[in-house]
Design a protein. Structure first.
Length: 326
């Protein structure tokens, strides 16, 4: 299994054009990776393009590029461009995303997500190797596409995965998985499926962290953050699969009835404790270690400034190499 890598979600905090110094500081703090996301803010590629020049030692990854919102050829072009900017330092993470992002925001039918991701992976592997691709896949057709400039080193491809079928795909046909919104203990079950497909698979965990010891505030504000995901159908199904159906039944019932305030109160503190790493920085570090103990190979921390904490100081306090360690 690959050695541990400590990553941070980007962009960081503040205007994107003012983050060069902070990207460089990530390296000084001991972070090895930066991982982008894509929902309703920055796109997945631009922050990594900037990071490739601002901090040339960082490894770069998308977590994730939705499989529907760009055509297959455009995904290949974007990945090839970034691979050429950062040879050997880029990983392409793709996934189904969610019906909210794909269907509600981009007016694209969210149909056959497993098949769409599988087909994209099967297209990207030869395309990024510089081969000409022609074929009728189950969810799209590509005829006669070849990259005008193939990357010198095709990037590893990772699949965002929640449940068994997609996790097995990530381990069998891709180079590993990207996992999200789950507890350190859940990680053992999830990563086992990926690692069972073969040696050397990467498991990247997006971990939501708030190094704030004010438990009451973090629980109250954290419930809102958790609810934002738990009511997306794919994440509801995921947490039912993980065994949280009974714990969250009242929350989902009240949410469906339009009782937003009551639904938030119905989220047990245990669920927030499971899904959101919080407490004093040293407590958070130990909690993050448990993800690695349970099969994660790379973290992508997402700092949540609940309770008004300074997000950049939080990044520093969680660093693998705290300031002053030399």
């Amino acid at each position: 299994m690959a050695s541990r890598r400590d990553g941070m979600t980007v962009p960081l905090f503040g205007p994107l054009d003012q983050q060069a110094a902070r990207m460089a500081e990530l390296v000084d703090l001991g972070y090895t990776d930066v991982w982008s996301s894509e929902s309703n803010s920055h796109d997945a590629f631009t922050p990594l393009v900037l990071a490739s020049q601002w901090a040339p030692s960082l490894r770069l990854g998308t977590a994730i590029v939705p499989a529907y919102t760009r055509g297959p050829a455009l995904v290949a072009q974007s990945a090839a461009t970034l691979s050429s900017l950062a040879p050997g330092r880029f990983l392409l993470g793709v996934g189904s995303s969610s019906d909210v992002i794909v269907e509600r925001w981009n007016s694209i039918p969210f149909e056959a997500p497993y098949q769409r991701v599988r087909d994209l992976v099967r297209f990207l592997k030869p395309a990024l190797a510089g081969e000409k691709v022609s074929g009728d896949f189950e969810t799209f057709s590509v005829q006669g596409f070849r990259l005008g400039m193939a990357p010198p080193e095709p990037p590893p491809i990772l699949v965002a995965a929640l449940r068994s079928q997609m996790l097995a795909l990530a381990g069998k046909e891709a180079d590993g998985a990207i996992i999200n919104w789950l507890s350190a203990e859940d990680t053992a079950r999830v990563s086992e499926i990926v690692h069972a497909q073969g040696p050397g698979k990467e498991v990247v965990a997006r971990i939501f962290v708030c190094p704030n010891p004010d438990r009451e505030t973090v629980i109250a504000q954290g419930r809102r953050a958790v609810a934002g995901y738990l009511n997306v159908p794919v994440y509801r199904a995921f947490h039912e699969w993980l065994g949280r159906g009974e714990l969250l039944a009242e929350h989902w019932e009240r949410w469906a009835a339009g009782d937003r305030a009551g639904s938030l109160e119905a989220i047990p503190e245990q669920v927030v404790d499971d899904l959101l790493v919080h407490g004093a920085p040293e407590e958070c570090r130990k909690h993050i270690d448990r993800y690695f103990d349970n099969g994660v190979t790379t973290s992508s921390l997402m700092v949540m400034p609940l309770g008004g904490i300074d997000p950049w100081e939080a990044v520093r306090s969680l660093a693998p190499r705290p300031a002053g360690d030399g």
